[in-house]
Design a binder for this molecule. Sequence first.
Ligand code: MG
Length: 380
Amino acid sequence: MPTAKRIALLGATGSIGASTLKVVRQHPDRFRIAAAAVGRQWEKLLPILEEFQIPVAAAYDAEAAEKLSRVYKGKVLSGMEGLLAMVSDPGVDYVLNGLVGAIGCRPTLEAIKHGKTVGLANKETMVMAGDLINAALKANPKAAIIPIDSEHSAIFQCLAGRPANEIECIELTASGGPFREWPREKFAAITKADALKHPTWVMGEKITIDSATLMNKGLEVIEAHYLFGVDFDHVRVVIHPKSIVHSMVQFRDGSLMAQLGCPDMQVPILYALAHPERLKLDVPRLDLAEIGKLEFFTPDIDKFPCLRLAYEAGRKGGSAPAILNAANEVAVARFLAEKIHFTDIPKILERVLGGASIGPLSSLEDAVDADAWAREAAQS
Ligand code: MG
């Protein structure tokens, strides 16, 4: 009987966190939550700490950490320092990074430096600092990243350890979001409520808006480039509205491998936690005869300029993806606050990218500086 993996769960109260807890509930003998962190939702974290008897907690927000420490008997860490202490603790074997946004980057790097396996659901890590993460992985051969994003998990599962030189191309599937069939003229009138209606996945607000603009797919293209070492000409996007095929790998021998399943994040989370084993999971099974047909379309880059901008930033490399990502976070937050139109999001990104001086990343500080510059530029 293998001993239970001791997991540090970052982003415990988010949607990835909730799915992870469901998986852990099904396999208490295999997985134990040794530490849990949140951004600022300490009140939602408290019952989780109690249910899973988690000895160490952290909140990125200092005030939230302070409030949590008044009611919680265990150890409470605070700020980025707290997150870094949590992921480097010798009592943690595995870091599941489900944080949303740029704050997820540094904990991933720290975990790799300490030889941990990271289940990565935080997109920003690879987008902001892909080169730095890959260099850190090379320098720390005990460490590993296992992707959790459903598309990248699909690719990882299709690859089954085969090297990049056997890949002809990666085909990332995209649902196309709620506006796939809307005429372009109506885009300026899109409301927050319209954009929050994702056709297939239930996710956090930020990523749901990114799915509606296709920026989510754009960030995933960049993520795939860094995770699997495939150049941008060979990472393609195909629209697949039902989100049944989670992504595909075209191999050089002509075989196209796909991973299919009902859209439920528990599947990639369990795969990342148990890898290379496959454990039992109580989720709905696909009935292909009932589904009948699977449709695929080419994305409309004119209707969704965010996808084009992501390829452009990815090809430029260096600090460009970090700049794109930060500007997008600001633009999406402003859209969610109902301060700008849906169609302003790509306009802001285009202007920020156009005005940026793009340089190489020699350390995480460079990525953080680029991120800060882009936030400022996007705000104004
Ligand atoms: Mg995804």
